[in-house]
Design a protein around this ligand. Structure first.
Ligand SMILES: [Zn+2]
Length: 244
């Protein structure tokens, strides 16, 4: 009997995977369009509203804390931190906001970061200035920069305009600090990172990994992100966010 007890206790101490034993790895998810796919563009860059709602309900019911980059300091204080990001500032991202309002409750505040292209604001299929202001004021959505014109930053001759110009333009719209940049096409190099550091606290790539603090130089300018696709099933989504 005693042997069994010792075995059970040993098992719990050494084998049971608890948060305090595991290294903290944080998922940062990347989405583009939240809409039914109607045949335009790349299907995998869409997630249907139905699937997105199921994914957010999964996060709610499994104790995740959704953060924006203003809350970076919280990553070591909250339960199951995760970042939800959207690139390109599509009008259909309003569907995500509506779903947030549907699934929120007193213990779960769904938040996300919208990385918008500042010179595209107000185009037919993109969020307008009024949308951005309203989303930002809601406290659920942080509006951040995806540059001014979505060039490959490693090739553009207008790096200052793309980085500083877009930051200033978005700040004028929301009245809030812009502190994070998503590199278009996930493209960056040493020069891009050095310029980004002048204006931003965070740089987002599309390296498909989890974030974990390694103490490496520039790690906040090389934040990885995991794609959620049209074809991602809820089972696959669960594996991605649980890091298994
Ligand atoms: Zn983009």
């Amino acid at each position: 009997m005693r042997k069994i007890t010792v075995f059970v206790i040993s098992f719990l101490i050494f084998c049971y995977p608890t948060d305090s034993f595991a290294e903290q790895t944080i998922p940062i998810l990347i989405y583009h369009s939240i809409d039914e796919f109607k045949g335009h563009g790349a299907k995998e860059l869409y997630v249907s509203p139905e699937n997105f709602e199921q994914q957010m309900i999964y996060l709610r019911d499994h104790g995740f804390t959704l953060l924006t980059f203003e809350q970076w300091e919280e990553i070591n204080r909250v339960k199951k931190p995760i970042f939800i990001t959207f690139d390109d500032g599509y009008k259909n991202n309003l569907n995500a906001f509506a779903i947030f309002q549907k699934v929120k409750n007193e213990n779960f505040k769904p938040t996300a970061t919208f990385f918008v292209i500042s010179d595209f604001v107000g185009r037919a299929n993109r969020l307008s200035k009024a949308d951005l202001k309203e989303l930002s004021d809601s406290g659920y959505i942080s509006i951040q920069s995806h540059t001014a014109n979505h060039p490959e930053l490693t090739k553009t001759s207008k790096l200052e305009y793309e980085l500083k110009g877009s930051k200033e333009k978005i700040q004028m719209i929301t009245g809030k600090p812009v502190i994070a940049l998503a590199y278009p096409y996930g493209e960056y190099n040493k020069q891009v990172i050095n310029e980004t550091k002048k204006y931003y606290q965070f740089g987002l790539t599309t390296i498909p990994e989890y974030y974990s603090e390694k103490g490496e130089k520039n790690e906040l300018y090389l934040l990885p992100r995991k794609y959620i696709k049209y074809s991602t099933t809820l089972e696959e989504f669960a594996k991605i966010v649980e890091g298994s």
